[in-house]
Design a protein around this ligand. Structure first.
Ligand SMILES: Cc1cc2nc3c(=O)[nH]c(=O)nc-3n(C[C@H](O)[C@H](O)[C@H](O)COP(=O)(O)OP(=O)(O)OC[C@H]3O[C@@H](n4cnc5c(N)ncnc54)[C@H](O)[C@@H]3O)c2cc1C
Length: 143
């Protein structure tokens, strides 16, 4: 049986952590992992702290070599969170390519296919075709 663990390089605990050698000034808030959740949270917190008249120092740390490298994505994004986060931005400036115009679901057989009704949770009406990795890099620039 194929087991991925049998093919992975052994990394000792000492090799997998690195001592933080940055300044000792610290931050008010630290987000671990620069995925869409942390970056949106950091942006929202910065907006709230700015509007509330108390600016916070906020940091986001990421373990991958570059933001977006560890983000898994199919190809569809629901724009609701982007609308709520960037209320003054024109939707065409969001990091999406095109709006979904049509959904289809097929059952594939060896030599043929059958069209199926679309389950409500699989309907992408109003969503956008996009790469979540690219959208994450875009969020990082905004953060
Ligand atoms: C196959 C697949 C396809 C998908 N397709 C889509 C899609 O088409 N559209 C869509 O909207 N969603 C899609 N999703 C869901 C989407 O990937 C997640 O909802 C989204 O990425 C969650 O964001 P997150 O910020 O919570 O976590 P993540 O995206 O997992 O981000 C976590 C980040 O934290 C970093 N990290 C983790 N641990 C540490 C640590 N200890 N220190 C520093 N950094 C750390 C990771 O490297 C990563 O960059 C898909 C998911 C999968 C698995």
């Amino acid at each position: 049986m194929f087991k991925p663990i049998d093919y992975q390089k052994h990394v000792s605990f000492q090799d997998s952590i690195e001592e933080y050698k940055g300044g000792a000034e610290g931050f008010d808030v630290l987000f671990v992992g620069a995925g869409p959740s942390s970056l949106s949270g950091a942006i929202k917190l910065a907006q709230l702290s700015k509007n509330g008249g108390r600016e916070l120092s906020i940091a986001v740390v990421e373990k991958s070599e570059a933001v977006g490298h560890h983000i898994l994505s199919g190809a569809i994004i629901n724009p609701r969170a982007f609308r709520e986060l960037f209320t003054e931005m024109d939707e065409k400036d969001f990091p999406f390519s095109s709006i979904v115009k049509k959904d289809s679901v097929y059952f594939l057989t060896k030599n043929s296919s059958f069209s199926l009704p679309i389950p409500p949770l699989m309907s992408n009406h109003g969503n956008y075709v996009a790469s979540l990795s690219e959208a994450t890099r875009w969020l990082a620039k905004k953060a």
